[in-house]
Ligand binder design. Sequence first.
Ligand code: AMP
Ligand code: MG
Length: 402
Amino acid sequence: METSVTLERALEIACQVPLPREIEETGLDDASGRLLASDLASKVDDPRFDNSAMDGWAVRQADCEQPGATLRVVGTSQAGSSSVPAVGAGEACSIMTGAPVPQGADAIMMVEDSVTEGDSVTINGPARPGYIRRRAENLREGDITLPAGTLLTPAAVSLAATMGHSRLEVVRQPRVAVISVGDELTQPGQPLADGSIYESNTYGIASLVSRMGGTPVRHEAIHDSIDLLRETLDEAAESCDAILTSGGVSMGKWDIVRSIMEDEGDVRFWRVMMRPGGPPLFGTWGGKPIFGLPGNPVSSHVVFTVLVAPWMAESMGANPHSGPRLANRVRVVMRDPLRGAEAKLCMRRISIMQEGDSLVGTTSTHQGSGNIHSMVAHNGLSLLPPGTDAHEGDTIDALWLV
Ligand code: AMP
Ligand code: MG
């Protein structure tokens, strides 16, 4: 077991015990939010044929150089047309957006620039070749525009359909058990006894698991009892691909996740040199990867964001550019000073916004790791290197939460 590791080392160790990467098929209706498992090549050219970008007239540009020129109407090309009249000199074919461009036409004139009378049309504006969308100008049959590991966003699902795919190979969603530990924890909606608080972490962590493409299996809070914890971990290791616990990993007498893992599990690392979120633990239980996240709500969210999320992404074979993530790394000019942490990467909650040509960061709420409101009121985390503070006007690295 390693202790007090850097965040990079923690990620390296965790990635030695990845989630299983299994492939299954899904239809387009259920593809949103899933991770594409294999490269997707287009079955068609897009566009499939030269077509009009405007409602108007398909013409020969040379016929339209004199304003007021009159052309003979030869017919109509509408979207879905399979036979379209050819356009000769002095002729025009009415054409709709997306409809095939007739043989002989080399430009489109907008309907707004024309006057029709009987079977002739008067040209009052420019005819533009640029209003023709050329065959394959977007993509060619065989082009791979969706590489394996892409998160299927709404636009990506649309693109898969455009390319002619009805079923997609996706990575099976890992089942991730989410377990909280603590005698003080009470289900929201229930009356609170003296000394109790509402259990919140499993709800937040389960949402984060979903955002990363997993299926959370949320458990009711369990008491600080080694026997109950053992039973719950055994059941979770049987039925899930990974386990996340919250609470009970510090130095306290009742920090039973740490003690059961030390006595009966296999701990790979404990403690990461970061604040908030110092005490996380990683190892295996019943052969399944387990992260012991801290109980403080901000800490558990932050550790998930910077450690569990990248581990899930890497395990599932996510593409670094187009895969799921919870944050983007940016450079931010601080408007408020931030205090760093001795020997630890310090992730203060900050608000990132655009001001002129740069991103600026401010901070307003109490920074305690118990204050989950700070994660809602702010949209970013500072990445202050160990032992450094930020002064007003300093440019720092930060994570912009997405
Ligand atoms: P622990 O890591 O168990 O020492 O907990 C640290 C702090 O986080 C304590 O104030 C706990 O009451 C709080 N806490 C632990 N688990 C949860 C949870 N599931 N939801 C909300 N707060 C929690
Ligand atoms: Mg506790």
